[in-house]
Each structure stands twice: as structure tokens, then as C-alpha cells.
Design a protein around this ligand. Structure first.
Ligand code: ZN
Ligand code: ZN
Length: 417
């Protein structure tokens, strides 16, 4: 391919990707508003997203830009105590108002995974906590799927450098685009149709697990022997979500997972990570947790121990789990054999758990319950929700029925049914 042909192909793929984000991801409806939060380096995609959204009838598209360099400068130079405060309350109110109106929210990620390396972890923790508290009302709309929301990725140079350190510098971003397009099925003739089929498959797995109503799952792999009880009213969810108006959307592009919430007090044993976790710009690697009656009672980390410690100590609920997700080892992302250093991709390469808040919709009727009712069902609550990867080709999972009978759910890292 000549350079011109390459550029044209990339343009076409970007257009397909923008259409997928708008029509399948947030599924913008005629007359609806759309909020896009994106880094500056994603401008090419964002412009196409805005165009597509208006083409299919969006009433207004609001774009909120962010910039890694500006973020880093603040962390380096702003006064330490300023991180305890959320400085743009009008933003929190505005987002909440737009959510209340039924706007859709598209987030574009891909920022430098090491952006905050070397920054005092206290600053990061304070900032995250202040932001989470200020945006709690807004995030509630997303966590309960009241509004349509979706996350897509665009490579930054720094992210591409991290994923493809052995390629020549100028080939890294194109290589990461290629990996993103493959894992989001943009390389197929009709990505929207490919997504429909994929989502159908995931729905079937979730339906089967919902019929079985396992009392617990038992995970076994090198470094892992963990039993996770499930709430009586647990509900297995997959890619497809529905907002308060009944419109479908897909919260993560890509997505390969089928997931539910663990019983807050029912997690026992030890689990080891199988991929590094990029959290708040810091890399945590080779870590493990030991649980007793749902709480983390011990943990280790070869890399990023301090950051992990602060994450776990955020609040009461950050010592417990809020999500258990099943992803086959044969997923396209897993097959790419890449470590993306980005949860959106890495979580879809692997079975994973999340520390912190559980999703209300993982409890039957949970969307209509208040916090107390959800807690009574065994759902964990926290300011944080952080996925970490535990799956591998060596992982077996048993489903345990209420009478104690065991059935294979995963064998050798893949679905056993
Ligand atoms: Zn997940
Ligand atoms: Zn999650």
C-alpha cells in the first residue's frame, strides 16, 4: 500500500469506528444530546463522532477535552492540599443535569498509562476521592444504566510506545490502531452486524448462567484458589445494556465479558493477578489478594504496592469485591497476546474481578432499589470500582449449585458449555 492508500484505509476505518461508537456504543437517538469526553489526541475520531451523531439526529453534541500534559503539570505543581477539593462543581452539576435530561455519554480513553508515574500517590488518591464524591450523583446515572454510556479507545503515542516497545517509533500508533480495530471488529465487512452476532452469543452464556443460579463459583489456577458466593438475587449480565427509556447500548467497546456481582461477605481464598493493572497512571503488577468472608485480609504486589494499598484503603467497600466477570481465553483480545496496559482491553482478554462498587443491575430488580436494599441483597458499595485480571489458559471454574453439586463452567481458560 502507498502512503496515500494507507491514509485512505485508515480514514474509512475511523469512520466505521465512529459509527460503531455512536450507533452501537451509545446508540444515540434522534433528538437526544450527546456528551463526549476525550483527550486532544483523539480529535480525528471525535470530529467523526460529532458528525455521525448530528447525521443521525442528535440535538446537541457537547465535547469536553482533556490533555495529559495539563493533567501532569497540575499534579507536579499544584499545592498538595488542593487535591482534596473538587474545583469545578459546576461541571458536576452540569453533567448531572444532562444525565437527568437523558443525554448519552461517550468517553474516549487512551491516555499515557504512566502519566502519573513518580507523582505522590497521596495526591492521586485525594484527587480521585474528591472527584468520585463530587461526581457521585452523575455516576449513579451510569452505574445504574439510567443513561446510555460507552467507552472507546484511541491510541496516544505514549500508550502505543508501551504496548509496542520493540517496533520502530513511527509504527507503534498504527500497530495499536490495528489491534484496536481487530478487537472491536472494525476489520469485518459489516462491523455493526458482527457486533449483533457477538452480542447474541454473549447473551446466550448469560442466559444459561441465569438459569443455573449457582450458589458459588470456585476458581482454580496457579496462585489462585478462590470461592465466590453469589447473592441469591444475582443476575448475569453481558455486553448489552438498556437505559431507563429501554434503548440498548454497549458500555464498553470492545466487550467480551459476562458478569455479575459477588456476595459481599462470601469471598474466601487467594487470587493472583495475571496481567498488570494500570490504575491512576501507576502500574501495579504481580499482585495477589487473600479474602476472608468477603474482605481483603492480606495482599502482595511486586510493583505498585503503595498505590494498591491506597486503593484498598479508599473506604470500607474498597476491601471487598463488586464484580466477577467471565471472559474466554479465546477472545480476539486474548489471542492478540498483547498486554494493552489499559483495562478496557485487558479486562476483555481475561476473567476478572473488581474491587469496590457492584452494579445495581447485577441484582434482580436492583435498578429500582435504594442503597440500603442493595446492601441487604449482598451488593458491595464503594467510591471505587477497579477491575483486575485473573484469567489464564490454566484457569478452571466450577459452578456450585445450592445442593453442593459441582459443574464445570470453565476448563482450560474457556467456556465448558
Ligand atoms: Zn468487567
Ligand atoms: Zn468492572
Amino acid at each position: 500500500m502507498t502512503a496515500d492508500e494507507q491514509r485512505e484505509t485508515h480514514e474509512r476505518q475511523l469512520e466505521k469506528y465512529a459509527a460503531l461508537a455512536v450507533e452501537v456504543g451509545v446508540n444515540v437517538q434522534p433528538g437526544q444530546k450527546l456528551v463526549v469526553m476525550a483527550p486532544l489526541f483523539a480529535a480525528d475520531l471525535v470530529r467523526k463522532v460529532v458528525k455521525r451523531a448530528y447525521e443521525i439526529g442528535a440535538r446537541y453534541v457537547h465535547v469536553e477535552w482533556n490533555d495529559d500534559a495539563v493533567t501532569r503539570t497540575r499534579y507536579e505543581l499544584a499545592p498538595a492540599d488542593s487535591f482534596k477539593e473538587y474545583h469545578i462543581p459546576f461541571r458536576a452539576r452540569g453533567l448531572e443535569e444532562m444525565a437527568e435530561e437523558g443525554a448519552a455519554f461517550l468517553t474516549v480513553v487512551g491516555n499515557n498509562p504512566d502519566l502519573l508515574a513518580g507523582i505522590d500517590p497521596q495526591r492521586i488518591q485525594d484527587n480521585t476521592k474528591a472527584g468520585n464524591e463530587a461526581l457521585k450523583g452523575f455516576r449513579q446515572y451510569m452505574m445504574a444504566d439510567k443513561v446510555s454510556w460507552s467507552i472507546v479507545a484511541v491510541p496516544s503515542q505514549e500508550w502505543a510506545d508501551k504496548v509496542f516497545p520493540d517496533l520502530p517509533a513511527e509504527s507503534r500508533v498504527p500497530a495499536l490502531w490495528d489491534a484496536i480495530f481487530k478487537s472491536t471488529r472494525i476489520d469485518r465487512d459489516d462491523p455493526v452486524k458482527a457486533w449483533r452476532e457477538h452480542v447474541d452469543n454473549l447473551n446466550k452464556k448469560a442466559a444459561r448462567l441465569n438459569e443455573k443460579k449457582y450458589k458459588a463459583l470456585h476458581f482454580r489456577a496457579p496462585g489462585t484458589d478462590l470461592t465466590i458466593e453469589l447473592p441469591e438475587k444475582h443476575y448475569w449480565y453481558s455486553a448489552e445494556s438498556r437505559n431507563a427509556k429501554g434503548h440498548m447500548f454497549i458500555a464498553n467497546l470492545p466487550t467480551e465479558e459476562v458478569f455479575t456481582a459477588p456476595l459481599k461477605t462470601g469471598v474466601n481464598g487467594t487470587v493472583s493477578s495475571t496481567k498488570p493493572l494500570s490504575y491512576g497512571g501507576v502500574l501495579i503488577d504481580n499482585f495477589s489478594f487473600t479474602f476472608k468472608d468477603g474482605r481483603i485480609v492480606d495482599f502482595k504486589a511486586e510493583k505498585g504496592y503503595e498505590t494498591l494499598k491506597r486503593l484498598i484503603e479508599t473506604d470500607e467497600g474498597s476491601r471487598c469485591l463488586g464484580e466477577v466477570a467471565l471472559v474466554p481465553h479465546t477472545s480476539p483480545i486474548s489471542q492478540s497476546d498483547l498486554i494493552f496496559y489499559n483495562t478496557l482491553f485487558d479486562e476483555n482478554a481475561s476473567n476478572h474481578l473488581a474491587i469496590g462498587k457492584g452494579y445495581a443491575f447485577c441484582i434482580e430488580g436492583g435498578k429500582e432499589m435504594d442503597e440500603k436494599e442493595l446492601a441487604a441483597c449482598g451488593l458491595n458499595d464503594s467510591l471505587v470500582h477497579v477491575d483486575f485480571m485473573i484469567g489464564s489458559a490454566d484457569m478452571d471454574i466450577d459452578g456450585i449449585l445450592p445442593d453442593g453439586t459441582r459443574e464445570p463452567v470453565f476448563r482450560g481458560g474457556n467456556w465448558a458449555f
